[in-house]
Ligand binder design. Structure first.
Ligand code: P1T
Length: 391
């Protein structure tokens, strides 16, 4: 089946007892056993496993499964995207291990690994080198004997840099070096990391997968059952698991993922074109523009360009503030991937946990603006941006 069909049906079959067409929300935290160690059904305790969560895990696994593949994929759901990331890092890394990470990752991922205010995994003895994965050559010199994980975010947040996932997986992936791809920006609708050779696809389901800015969650999908079991053990041990209602909300969102992604992209493309021609804008970054330095890679490894774009305003922080205070239809807020259009200032908001020097080196400057383009009418969105740029 194609992804639009899997979004609606995979793991969401009608309940055989009641006929309910939509997944049940099973709130029970615990499950009866006939005799110790012999549960009545498949579940014992909802942190370890829950029917509603299982439906979501199967649904997301169905989305990330490479088309035409004959092997099942395995999904795990979490209480947030960072819950998923934390669990992967705990499952795969030990003291004195080394990992590589895209240099321009979501600020919270950076904070979790080595952030300035919270040293996260660094304080457990895990070393990390941040690499510009758009320049694959720079990876070669950074791989060490003790490298266990390559964490790719592609496209990156907020600068939309891409890594050639297939090439990196082929060159550097092995049983000892796991390739994980944060696929939040594209969603499985536009990019399938497992089909490109990655071992793990990771999501903040808070974004496009949930799609309505009303539920926080995370998920990951693996091809290998052994890797799945390893991380599942930590999912239970660490306990960053989602509530059944949140799982239901996320599944509800997934039904419309394909139609939403098409509209996000259509609108983003129009807005990127508008901004590129605007006198108040210094530079637009969108993978769908021919001016994006990795436009060819985007066309090769993604089936669309998504709804995220970034641009540099002319001027400085005062001009950026004026613009952000004057948008009316776009809402100034963190997060992304919802039906409504959002705008934010990465340097002050989502990427404040990076040092000023790191932000400067990456290009997360005071005039960088990030848009999460919603599914409203593109002309209305453009009119809003135009009046805020004029202000
Ligand atoms: O917020 P949470 O569900 O824990 O997801 C973290 C996360 C992981 N990966 C990427 C690429 C992300 O963008 C995020 C969260 N990002 C935002 C909140 C933001 O505004 O960029």
């Amino acid at each position: 089946m194609k992804i639009s069909t899997r979004a609606v049906h995979h793991g969401k079959e009608p309940n055989e007892l009641t006929g309910a067409v939509k997944p049940d929300i099973c709130l029970s935290s615990t499950f009866k056993q006939h005799t110790p160690g012999d549960p009545v059904g498949d579940f014992e305790y909802s942190r370890s496993g829950n029917p509603t969560r299982e439906a979501l895990e199967q649904n997301i696994a169905g989305l990330e499964r490479p088309e035409g593949a004959d092997t099942e994929c395995h999904g795990l759901a979490f209480s947030s995207g960072l819950g998923a990331t934390t669990t992967i890092l705990f499952a795969l890394l030990s003291r004195d291990d080394h990992m590589l990470c895209s240099d321009d990752v979501y600020g919270g991922t950076f904070r979790l690994i080595t952030g300035k205010d919270f040293r996260g995994f660094e304080k457990f003895g895990v070393a990390c080198d941040y690499v510009d994965m758009a320049d694959e050559e720079s990876l070669a010199g950074k791989i060490r004997e003790n490298t266990r994980l390559i964490w790719i975010e592609s496209p990156t947040n907020p600068l939309l840099k891409m890594a050639d996932i297939q090439s990196i997986a082929t060159t550097y992936g092995s049983d000892g070096v796991i390739i994980a791809v944060d696929n939040t920006f594209m969603s499985p609708y536009f990019q399938r990391p497992l089909a490109l050779g990655a071992d793990i696809a990771v999501h903040s389901t808070t974004k496009y997968i949930g799609g309505h800015s009303d539920v926080v969650g995370g998920a990951l999908v693996t091809k290998s059952r052994a890797l799945h079991e390893r991380i599942k053990h930590y999912q239970n041990a660490l306990g960053a698991t989602p509530a059944p209602f949140d799982c239901y909300m996320t599944m509800r969102g997934i039904d419309t993922l394909p139609v939403r992604m098409e509209k996000h992209q259509e609108n983003a493309m129009k807005i990127a074109g508008f901004l590129e021609g605007h006198a108040g804008v210094a530079k637009v970054i969108y993978p769908g523009l021919a001016s994006h330095p990795q436009h060819e890679l985007a066309k090769k490894q993604m089936s669309g360009f998504g709804g995220m774009l970034a641009f540099y305003l002319k001027g400085g922080l005062p001009e950026a503030r004026r613009f952000l205070e004057n948008v009316r239809l776009f809402t100034l807020a963190e997060s992304l991937g919802g039906t409504e259009s959002l705008v934010e200032h990465p340097a002050i908001m989502t990427h404040a946990s990076l040092t000023e020097e790191s932000r400067e080196a990456l290009g997360i400057s005071d005039t960088l603006i990030r848009l999460s383009v919603g599914i409203e009418d593109a002309d209305d969105l453009i009119e809003d941006l135009d009046q805020a740029l004029k202000a």
